[in-house]
Design a protein around this ligand. Structure first.
Ligand code: FAD
Length: 693
């Protein structure tokens, strides 16, 4: 395909790796006109990243999937019961799961023995998919491409085309932001200009957009363009630099089929040999095994390294065989081979003018052993796109939301680099023979570190600091320091951390559902009203419902006007749910989804007992009445209220951001909901009050 004559877009996404594809999928779902390009003619054919961590699977499940046959009158994006896990299910069905890791080391009596085992993702992490999913990057990219294509076909005929799709081979040659210029009306709305070139015809296009996302990998050309620097010694020297350092530790990596008598070849294993170096193996799809082989060993009490440019596939295979001794290891088909040098680097800046953003490997690089790169790259874009969604639809304050991208994601990347530096040093530490040498380490220390960091490496330990979006103690609301009932005593949910898992019953049909997955990614804030014991909380619920219906509530204040194109209000879902929405016009606001979670067993009350608008269960877009517990014994206590530390007599309101991070926790009381007004006023705009949707 070639790009359409249209030359003005909402967003240009450069790069079709994991970060760019996540950006493209989210922006397509939100309904924007995007131009997505990659200079490669096809997806990754083999190798590279392969580990999807539990938090990423959770996010992919939340993105959902669209059934190709939408249910008439039903909602579509991720909500169709047929669609199920969508993109996540596809990847899970193709990959291999790692639940357990084995550690192998020399012992006083054996050259190599299994010395320990550990769960890949221990129970305390509290995640549904408690494993690492392994499959090669190309399969991951293809799953994204299929889902994007499906969502694109659901867009209305009247929408400008192309709304998305990945165009290749197109290379970004230049990009910049233009100053506001009265003779150029686009300079206010579409101040980003870029030049792209077709790979074979060399045809050039000059494109204007509102934003540009540089997801073009570790050697990012977007980064160079916005650095405004000059080439020197192969490094760009400009405004944005990659800060950090590389070590002299070289590793070889290959995907191969092997024959061996090593008993744990189907496990993820971390193996330290006595003096030949270390190796990590990971089982992969299609009977492949991924080998990360250290190209450094001790000989005669000295450390010997193989230089990067001398490390051939044969040398790496020979090293692997030595490390595996006394086990036999025969290599057959080799699918992919590469060599890398460990280092940790981070971009000094993630954005130019908050119009051009960098993400993924363009902003951070580190060793691949902890299996984090692709995960953090996808999640960078998952985080940025919901903020762009609010800003582009005229509801979010750009000056608050856009800087929060770097504030939150840089914090996570810095944490990762710190962990990766320590982890890869320990993993590269030479075996017992070399404990006395610089860098020589104890295998036990390494095992301990692996176990201690499971929360972080699962992706669930990525924590954001206090800012306008995360109402932690220390956040200054617009009205000044906290006046209202934030973070009620005893509640264990913490702003800036992901909402933990929990199962509830959907009262409308008695189905058992996962709270986190009940509302699929729709760009809305999920307002969880934990109603505890209905008898005790009914007056408060009625008060909250009256507040929601009042013009003073955040729900009424933060509404987009009809002049925002209806097709972009909440993407394809809004279009397909047009009839539903028309019925609920007076209460519909696509940026808030309400979930009422009642602690009293559902045999003892009717949905009609809940005050309107908290019972609008018929519109999936709007919200749901749920019941904690999820089992049918009428006397069971409410386990989720208990788990989250919510008082059954008082209840609580928990705001979950569109990326399923807790944003604010307040009392279910007037002080609490007035506090929410303050919370949302911190980053949402109050559009002029005319022509409501
Ligand atoms: P990328 O996946 O690098 O995607 C960037 C995309 O941008 C590419 O498709 C590229 O073609 C495109 N692009 C670049 N410049 C332009 C331009 N000017 N115009 C248009 N398009 C452009 N991770 C692991 O976890 N384990 C591994 O073993 C591992 N091995 C790796 C081996 C190699 C050789 C490389 C390069 C990376 C490896 N990684 C590994 C890292 C992992 O692949 C990345 O962390 C992950 O792909 C980051 O995703 P991304 O989307 O940010 O960047």
């Amino acid at each position: 395909t070639d790009i359409q004559p249209q030359k003005v877009y909402d967003v240009v996404v450069v790069g079709g790796g994991p970060a760019g594809l996540m950006a493209s999928l989210c922006l397509t779902t939100y309904g924007f006109d995007i131009l997505h390009i990659d200079e490669r003619p096809c997806p990754t054919t083999a190798g590279r990243a392969d580990g999807i961590q539990p938090r990423t699977i959770e996010v992919l499940r939340n993105i959902g999937g669209i059934s190709t046959a939408p249910i008439p009158g039903g909602s579509v994006v991720g909500q169709s019961p047929i669609a199920g896990g969508g993109i996540a299910k596809k990847m899970i069905s193709q990959g291999v799961r790692v639940y357990e890791v084995a550690f192998w080391d020399p012992t006083p009596t054996q050259k190599l023995a299994r010395t320990s085992r550990a769960p890949s993702c221990p129970d305390f992490v509290d995640v549904v998919d408690n494993y690492t999913l392994l499959l090669h990057q190309g399969l991951i990219e293809n799953a994204f491409l299929d889902e994007i294509e499906t969502r694109r076909t659901l867009l209305p005929d009247a929408s400008p085309t192309p709304r998305s799709g990945l165009f290749r081979p197109y290379t970004l040659q230049d990009c910049r932001t233009l100053p506001v210029n009265t003779s150029d009306p686009l300079s206010r709305t579409h101040p980003v200009e870029c030049v792209i070139e077709h790979g074979s015809s060399k045809a050039k296009h000059v494109i204007r957009s509102r934003y540009l996302l540089g997801c073009d990998g570790a050697k990012s050309h977007v980064r160079r363009c916005i650095s405004g620097g000059e080439i020197g010694d192969g490094e760009w020297k400009g405004k944005i630099t990659m800060q950090g350092e590389a070590t002299d530790i070289v590793w070889g990596v290959l995907d191969a089929r092997v024959k061996t008598n090593f008993p744990d070849i189907k496990y993820k294993c971390l193996i330290h040999s006595k003096s030949e170096g270390s190796i990590m193996i990971i089982p992969r799809e299609a009977n492949l095994v991924r080998f990360y082989v250290q190209l450094q060993m001790t000989e005669g009490g000295k450390v010997v390294s193989i230089e990067r440019d001398k490390a051939t596939q044969d040398i790496v295979i020979a090293r692997a065989k030595k490390i595996f001794q006394p086990f036999d290891l025969e290599f057959g088909y080799v699918d992919w081979f590469s060599v890398y040098q460990i280092g940790q680097r981070i971009a000094s800046q993630y954005t130019l003018d908050h119009r051009i953003f960098l993400g993924g490997d363009a902003t951070h690089t580190h060793s691949p052993q902890a299996g984090q790169g692709m995960n953090i790259s996808m999640l960078d874009m998952y985080s940025l796109t919901w903020k762009l969604n609010l800003v582009m639809k005229g509801l979010g304050k750009p000056e608050v939301l856009l800087p929060s991208y770097e504030h939150e994601r840089r914090g996570v990347a810095e944490e990762l680099l710190k962990f990766d530096g320590a982890y890869s040093r320990l993993f590269s530490g030479r075996g017992p023979d070399a404990k006395h040498l610089p860098g020589g380490v104890d295998a036990e220390k390494f095992i301990q570190m692996f176990k201690q960091n499971a929360f972080f490496t699962s992706g669930c330990g990525a924590i954001y600091f206090a800012n306008q979006l995360n109402a932690l103690p220390g956040t200054r609301l617009l009205s000044g320091p906290y006046k209202y009932a934030f973070n009620p005593r005893g509640v264990k949910l913490v702003a800036g951390q992901r909402l933990p898992t929990g199962r509830v019953t959907r009262v409308a049909d008695g189905n058992h559902v996962r709270l986190l997955q009940e509302v699929k990614m729709n760009g809305a804030f999920r307002i969880h009203i934990f109603a505890g014991d209905l008898e005790a909380t009914k007056p408060a619920l009625e008060g909250f419902a009256a507040f929601i219906n009042s013009p003073a509530s955040f729900f009424e204040r933060h509404r987009v006007n009809a002049d925002v194109r209806s097709s972009i209000v909440d993407g394809p879902a809004a279009v397909m749910n047009h009839d539903d929405r028309a019925k609920t016009t007076h209460t519909f606001n696509p940026f808030f989804t309400f979930l009422t979670i009642v602690g009293t067993h559902w045999y003892n009350w009717e949905i009609a007992d809940l005050p309107s608008p908290l019972r609008l269960y018929r519109s999936q877009v709007y919200g749901d009445a749920l019941c904690d517990p999820h089992v049918s014994e009428a006397r069971t206590n409410a386990p989720l209220h208990h788990k989250f530390g919510i008082d059954m007599q008082k209840g609580a309101i928990v705001v979950v951001r569109p990326d399923s991070y807790v944003g604010a926790v307040v009392e279910l009381s007037e002080d609490g909901w007035l506090g929410l007004n303050d919370y949302f006023a911190g980053f949402l705009i109050e559009p002029p009050k005319k022509a409501k949707l």
